[in-house]
Write a protein that binds this ligand. Structure first.
Ligand code: 5RP
Length: 223
């Protein structure tokens, strides 16, 4: 049996990390393998500083001994490696399956080279298979949900256990199922115009490289 596909793409992305870099560390089960590899490289002498995209990743990186840079000392990030829930051939992404989209998007926005690690099962011709996660401020959450639905989706707040899921930023996640998202650039802007929306999981014109796996152990790169 070959290597776990998530490990394969994770390690391929980690190979881009070089001495002296400030590195954004993504969230999720695929980013996990990249961070694991980076931890190993740090143990072997690599000098980098990491910027975690979630509390979960912060804990993992700390356990692995990866030095971290406090977010308010960050001016620019050389390289970020993160996962995605859905992507298209134009490198548009849906993210936020792990509820970390706000920190992920802030970190992506100051990143020079943004690598997404994923697998072929998450590729679509047109985005919309995965319900789009939208981070919503708790105040008047039902008004915000109504305004999201008015954009043409079915929307529900994500739950964890019996309660509403609360993000690292003390907000909620509305999962918005659109039939198709033919114009993600436009939808991203429309959603972010709703006052109660903090941020949404459409990442357009951000990814520089997608490293994917074809289901048979082969790497696919979209740049
Ligand atoms: C978290 C994310 C993750 O990158 C996304 O959910 C992919 O996770 P996984 O690699 O576990 O499938 O956007 O907010």
């Amino acid at each position: 049996m070959g290597m776990n596909p998530k490990q394969l793409v994770g390690e391929a992305a980690a190979a881009h990390v070089k001495d002296g870099m400030i590195v954004g560390l993504g969230t999720g089960s695929t980013a996990y393998f990249a961070i694991l590899k980076i931890g190993e490289m740090v143990k072997n002498g690599l000098k980098i500083k990491g910027v975690p995209t979630s509390k979960q990743t912060e804990e993992l990186a700390t356990t692995l001994g990866i030095p971290l840079l406090p977010i308010n000392e960050v001016k620019k990030i050389d390289l970020t490696i993160d996962g995605a829930d859905e992507f298209d051939a134009h490198k548009n992404l849906i993210k936020g399956g792990g509820a970390a989209l706000l920190r992920e998007k802030i970190i992506a926005s100051v990143t020079d080279y943004y690598i997404i690690i994923t697998d072929a099962s998450k590729q679509s011709e047109v985005l919309g298979s995965f319900a789009l996660p939208v981070e919503v401020t708790p105040f008047a959450k039902e008004i915000t949900l109504m305004q999201l639905k008015a954009l043409g989706c079915e929307a529900t707040f994500r739950k964890k256990g019996g309660d509403l899921l609360v993000t690292d930023n003390q907000n909620y996640i509305a999962d918005c199922k659109f039939e198709r998202i033919p114009n993600p650039v436009e939808l991203n802007l429309k959603i972010n115009q709703i006052p109660g929306v903090v941020e949404n999981g459409l990442f357009t014109e951000m990814a520089d490289l997608i490293i994917s796996e074809d289901g048979k152990g082969n790497l696919i790169q979209i740049s």
